[in-house]
Ligand binder design. Structure first.
Ligand SMILES: *Cc1c(COP(=O)(O)O)cnc(C)c1O
Length: 404
């Protein structure tokens, strides 16, 4: 066999559209919660591919599902259905509030489907002008034009005007502010139960309950964007289960495929019926390969042992982080749910989150930021305790550089 083309990190700058600034090493192999780069340097993975690699790397359950399906059927297009997608739909509907599922390939596409469904339901209601969408400051819903517009970070949308209109933003966790903008013309409220990209900020339970009541009062769809919080990340299968507040529409992606691209929009029969044949679609959504992997990942995670394990690891992480912080005094607050954890930097270290993750990389640790002031961890849901210990030891060395 011919040698593969040799590539280096600097080739990224040569050939890639520069929307990302990746670390200065290239991961080539992973196993569990460890990865190795081109130089065979080993890293502990506290980033989990941004809340995606829920079973870590190369988990046999996912590898088997993918390779078995790869030998059978890759793709048929939506003129035909397939067995893996129907099995996955059964799993998702049997284990959540939902009756129906629309499959796609990413979180943004799942939210795009949710927002389009809400506009269609609003139109079908016969109420004039029922197209308003209420969203929240600092929210993140993806990078399509509709979803950056719904997102509450103008830096991601302002360069692409004119934007879809009819979207209002108010402060997150501020029920009075939401009350002031939700009315008969509102077709949907879209909210993350825990804002992920926005800084790892959990919703208050009264806020979500209040949004539920307002949506019921005005006939608007309550959309929970669980792209980051879903599939066990918070210690519940979906975060809405922690809150006891049930949405009308839920979007899920990231961990759903454990690293294979897949997304889904879940809803009830009542709303699903507004998406009649031809109203919406996608070529790859519900692809047999993605569905087979997602089905295996979902089945593995949706057990009391794995979900309890996430809660246990949450506490283990927090104890370790608090101990570190007692020594270095760099974080004001350590927050989050399950294995979605955010460490908020003290004012004197404002803007240093990226530096910390860069130093962590030098020490052999993958970590994330959530804005300039929050260091974020979203490791595998089954990360072993000894990998947590080792990762924390490496983080300690990175924090020592900061404290200097
Ligand atoms: C990551 C994320 C998205 C976007 O998902 P993509 O797969 O990148 O399109 C949407 N919403 C939330 C809450 C996310 O964390």
């Amino acid at each position: 066999m011919e040698q593969p083309i040799s590539v280096t990190r600097s080739n990224f700058n040569d050939w890639m559209v520069p929307v990302f600034a990746p670390a200065n090493f290239i991961p080539v192999r992973g196993e569990g919660s460890r990865i190795w780069d081109q130089e065979n340097k080993e890293y502990i993975d506290f980033a989990g591919g941004i809340a995606v690699n829920a079973l870590g790397h190369a988990h046999p359950v996912a590898v088997n599902a993918l390779t078995e399906q790869a030998k059978k059927l890759w793709h048929v297009g939506n003129g035909y259905t397939n067995e893996p997608v129907l099995r996955l739909a059964k799993q998702l509907t049997e284990n959540t509030f939902a009756d129906k599922v629309f499959f796609c390939n990413s979180g943004a596409e799942a939210n795009e489907a949710a927002l389009k469904l809400a506009r269609k339901v609003g139109l079908d209601s016969g109420v004039a002008g029922k197209s308003g969408i209420v969203a929240f400051n600092n929210a993140f819903h993806g990078r399509t034009l509709f979803t950056v517009s719904a997102g509450g970070q103008p830096k991601y949308s302002q360069d692409f005007a004119p934007l879809p209109n009819g979207i209002s933003h108010v402060a997150y966790n501020d029920l009075e502010a939401a009350k002031a903008v939700i009315n008969e013309q509102t077709c949907a409220v879209i909210v993350e139960p825990v804002q992920g990209e926005g800084g790892v900020i959990p919703a208050d339970i009264e806020f979500l309950k209040g949004l539920r009541a307002l949506c019921d009062q005005f006939g608007a769809l309550l959309i929970f964007d669980e792209v980051q919080t879903g599939v066990g990340r918070t210690g519940a299968l979906y975060a809405y289960m922690n809150y006891g507040v049930t949405p009308d529409v839920l979007t899920t992606a990231k961990a759903l495929g454990g690293g294979f691209p897949v997304g889904a929009m879940l809803t009830t029969d009542k709303f699903a019926s507004h998406f009649s044949v031809g109203t919406h679609g996608t070529t790859y959504g519900g692809n047999p390969l993605a569905s087979a992997v997602a089905g295996a990942v979902f089945e593995f995670i949706n057990t009391p042992e794995v979900l309890e394990g996430v809660k246990h690891r949450h506490q283990y992480f927090l104890d370790a982080l608090n101990t570190l912080n007692a020594e270095y005094q760099v974080f004001d607050e350590i927050r989050g749910q399950g294995l979605l954890i955010g460490c908020v930097l003290k004012a004197e270290y404002a803007g240093k989150a990226k530096d910390i993750t860069t130093w962590a990389g030098e020490e052999g640790l993958l970590a994330l930021i959530a804005g300039p002031n929050v260091v974020r961890f979203t490791p595998s849901l089954i990360i072993p305790e000894h990998d947590i210990d080792e990762g924390i030891a490496r983080l300690k060395r990175a924090l020592a550089k900061l404290a200097k």
